[in-house]
Design a protein around this ligand. Structure first.
Ligand code: AMP
Ligand code: MG
Length: 452
């Protein structure tokens, strides 16, 4: 069930240009933007996909629900037994002595007892079998003594309502079982199935184009010329995007040539909802990337108060050129894609992706934001940290002998040392205002599991 790029526009909540937004923010400093401010700015800009497709529920795993799932039935549909035993009326139980009841029949899961059960009687019942009218309690079989047609329930063996599942206790008819914006997880597939839903409405996948910039970059499979490096960013980006469940469009390595850059930006803007580039956005850049970005859209160049990953560009770009003064919110103007111009250093790419791009793409996908779980772990060594920037250091968390979490920083923390990301199992996040960390002090760690 494909959807067409042109007819399927995004809904932009914000029609002001980025420049106008920036001008309205008190204390906005693009040369030293705190991470939290950059995140808030980006969140405000994000458009959201509108198109919806129906999928068989298994195909919806990892996708974003487009509509609330309202239960059409009570689950379970009727009061039923939670145990194998004897269903009875709690009013028959004697508070001061054992109670003797006569068995009138048996109820099985899927084959209910058809008769009636009178006072002083009980029903042999299996787990999942419907409770006949008037019965409210199940005594497990191991608690009773059975003698022919008679059951003795020891005094105090059960209280009223024990071992009975109420109709609708899992999901009540008419209640929202799963809310729109939820990313479907395995438990949700089961829940949908328990409601009898075969198909579910999800937002179409977000389309994300990406490419690398830099004359020094070579792609795998090419010879490595003197002074060149293999392009690794397109691989880490591809991996991170795959994990988000978006549709990816790899546009390769683009040389530092204005015409080539313009052509690829135009292609990316026309065919994707978001465009991610790496490289070419730092202050000293001699190349044309920044110039071309500025020509093609409404773009801001930031230096973020963070380490690694200081330089970054954010904007809206259009295939046909400048999109200052708003976006395609009215649906009639040309489609604008969101641009994330990430720094070139391989670690910086990953850190800025996790810090800014991940949540932004999830919001664009229609997902309701969920905070990422953080661990508090004791640093095994002192860490130097300058107040006034957020630092993301690569570390390995493990359990200490007493069961508490501890974290050790990976060897080299250079922003070009990708091995540190590979060796680490989490990012130590040192807050903007924080200073040096003493050995043994607790720090926040964002574990990669669940993130990457
Ligand atoms: P830049 O932000 O373009 O100045 O790049 C910063 C550093 O990252 C330079 O050493 C680049 O060679 C390196 N770099 C940029 N893009 C990539 C890439 N796609 N793969 C590997 N290294 C890169
Ligand atoms: Mg470069």
């Amino acid at each position: 069930m494909g959807v067409d790029a042109v007819t399927d526009s995004l809904r932009h909540p914000e029609t002001k240009s980025l420049q106008q937004i920036a001008a309205s923010l008190a204390g906005y400093d693009p040369q030293a933007l705190p991470v939290a401010q950059a995140q808030a700015f980006i969140a405000r800009l994000m458009p959201q996909v509108q198109a919806v497709e129906m999928l068989p529920i298994r195909s919806a795993l990892g996708r974003v629900l487009a509509r609330d799932i309202v239960s059409a039935i009570d689950v379970p549909a009727a009061d039923n037994s939670a145990m194998d035993g004897y269903a009875l009326r709690s009013a028959d139980l004697s508070p001061a002595a054992d109670t003797v009841l006569s068995i009138v029949g048996t109820g099985f899961a899927g084959r209910p007892f058809e008769g009636t059960v009178a006072a002083g009687q009980c029903l042999r019942i299996m787990t999942g079998a419907v409770m006949p009218a008037g019965l409210d309690t199940v005594v497990p079989q191991e608690f009773v003594k059975v003698d022919g047609e008679r059951v003795t329930v020891p005094m105090g063996a059960v209280r009223a309502g024990d071992n009975r599942r109420l109709a609708g206790e899992d999901l009540a008819r008419g209640a929202v079982a799963l809310a729109a914006g939820r990313i479907v997880r395995p438990a949700d597939l089961g829940l949908l199935a328990s409601l009898g839903r075969a198909e579910v409405a999800v937002f179409r996948r977000l389309r994300v184009a990406f490419f690398s910039t830099g004359n020094e970059l070579r792609s795998v499979g090419e010879p490595l010329d003197a002074g060149c490096v293999y392009d690794s960013n397109r691989y880490t980006l591809w991996g991170m995007l795959q994990r988000l469940g978006v549709e990816v469009l790899d546009l390769g390595v683009v040389r530092d040539d204005p015409a080539a850059l313009k052509a690829v930006f135009a292609q990316a803007a026309a065919s994707a909802d978001a465009v991610i580039t790496s490289g070419g956005v730092s202050v000293g850049e001699a190349d044309h990337t920044k110039q071309v970005m500025a020509q093609l859209g409404d773009v801001l160049f930031w230096r973020i108060a963070m380490r690694p990953g200081r330089p970054m560009a954010i904007g809206r770009i259009k295939a046909g050129g400048s999109s200052s003064g708003g976006s395609s919110s009215d649906g009639s103007s040309e489609h604008a894609a969101i641009l994330f111009g990430l720094p070139g250093n391989p670690v910086a790419v990953m850190v800025t992706f996790y810090a800014f791009v991940r949540d932004a793409l999830l919001a664009m996908s229609g997902a309701t934001p969920q905070p990422l779980p953080m661990l508090r772990a004791a640093s095994t060594a002192a860490i130097r940290k300058k107040p006034g920037r957020t630092e993301y250091q690569r570390g390995s968390v493990s359990r200490a002998a007493d069961g508490s979490w501890q974290v050790t920083l990976a060897g080299s923390q250079g922003s070009g040392v990708l091995r540190s990301m590979s060796e680490a199992n989490g990012l130590v996040v040192l807050a903007h205002a924080a200073g040096d960390v003493a050995a043994g002090e607790l720090v926040d760690v964002l574990p990669f599991d669940g993130l990457v």
